[in-house]
Design a protein. Structure first.
Length: 256
């Protein structure tokens, strides 16, 4: 076979292969690559459910709902609601704890989202301003134990506290009256002179003092306890003692 005939045969074979490939496409070539979904435009949106709460004597925590299409968030702080807001954090999470704040001082916050695109970075609208005051945390694990005409209150230590205030009420939604103030070393108080068989409610609040100014913390959730019925307890004790004595005599009789 001459060289010319060989070339002709090779071209014919290649043409046949390409024809078969076109007639029977493979699965991968038949599939279409889906287009990337268009991202939401955030420029006319603002963050929702923005909250600021005390996170301790010198800290405030700010949180918000995620915004669809956002790549990150900018957090701003000011000393007054309509004052000058300064950027304090750039982050991708939806909460931030600002530390090293002054106890008892109110701080204001706004948040906005940002989005990176082909034309550069764009921003959402600023959120509404929210505020919080750093304060001592509420005492944890407030527990009660009742005795005759008295109830003992116990609680856990609060960091930074100079002392604690104890409040009492005869009803859960009634007025809580401060009944005692104790030092930071004390984490137990006994409320005496109470009525028998009556439920009482208690709350505890930590406080600190800076340059003769007192700063109170978050008050604890109300807990309750009922004082015992002393007369009934006495009757029960007499009955128990008498029953024990009768059983003891019966046992002695059987042994004889």
């Amino acid at each position: 076979m001459t060289a010319r005939k060989r070339i002709t045969a090779i071209v014919a074979a290649l043409f046949m292969l390409f024809s078969l490939a076109a007639a029977f496409p493979t699965t991968s070539s038949a599939q279409t690559i889906p287009e990337e979904a268009e991202r939401p435009d955030i420029q006319n949106q603002s963050l929702q459910n923005v909250k600021a709460v005390s996170a301790g004597a010198h800290s405030v925590k700010v949180s918000w709902n995620p915004l669809d299409g956002a790549d990150g968030y900018l957090l701003y702080q000011a000393k007054t609601k309509n004052g000058s807001y300064q950027e304090i954090a750039s982050l991708t999470s939806t909460s931030y704890a600002k530390k090293k704040l002054t106890i008892g001082k109110r701080y204001y916050y706004r948040v906005r989202a940002w989005q990176d695109g082909e034309d550069g970075r764009t921003y959402s609208l600023d959120s509404s301003a929210v505020s919080a005051v750093p304060r001592l945390k509420a005492p944890a694990s407030v527990k009660l134990s009742a005795g005759e005409k008295k109830i003992a209150v116990r609680w856990k230590k609060v960091k930074g506290a100079k002392g604690y205030r104890i409040y009492r009420s005869a009803s859960k939604k009634g007025k809580f009256r401060r009944i005692a103030t104790v030092s930071a070393k004390t984490r137990r108080y006994v409320s005496r002179g109470l009525k028998e068989n009556k439920k009482y409610y208690f709350k505890v609040r930590a406080y600190t003092q800076i340059k003769k100014k007192v700063y109170t913390g978050t008050i604890s959730v109300a807990v309750s306890k009922r004082t015992p019925n002393t007369l009934q307890r006495r009757v029960d004790r007499v009955y128990k003692a008498a029953t024990k004595k009768v059983k003891s005599k019966g046992k002695e009789t059987r042994l004889r």
